[in-house]
Design a protein. Structure first.
Length: 94
C-alpha cells in the first residue's frame, strides 16, 4: 500500500477517536451533573462563568454564591463546595 493511503487511514482514525472522546466526556459530565443534588447544580453551573482552567479563589466564589442566593451563609457554601469537589466534577489545585 502507498504511504499516502495509510496516512489517510491514520487521520480518519484519529478524527474518529477525537469525536468519540469528546462525546464520552460530554456524556460522563452529563451523568455526573444529573446525579448532583438539586441544590448543588446552580452552584456548579455558576462556576462556568470563569474561564476553563482558571484559578477560582474560594472566597470570591463563596461570596458570589451568597450574593446570588444559592446559599445562605459561608458555612453552607463551604459544605456545598466540598460536596461538588467530592463528586469529582471539578479539579482542586490546592
Amino acid at each position: 500500500m502507498e504511504e499516502s493511503w495509510w496516512n489517510e487511514v491514520k487521520d480518519s482514525l484519529f478524527e474518529y477517536l477525537e469525536y468519540e472522546s469528546e462525546e464520552y466526556s460530554r456524556v460522563t459530565m452529563q451523568l455526573s451533573f444529573d446525579n448532583l443534588a438539586d441544590c448543588l447544580k446552580p452552584c456548579l453551573l455558576y462556576m462556568g462563568m470563569f474561564p476553563e482552567d482558571a484559578r477560582i479563589p474560594v472566597s470570591k466564589l463563596i461570596s458570589l454564591w451568597i450574593a446570588e442566593d444559592f446559599v445562605v451563609n459561608t458555612k453552607s457554601a463551604e459544605n456545598y463546595l466540598i460536596d461538588i469537589i467530592n463528586s469529582n466534577v471539578v479539579i482542586v489545585r490546592e
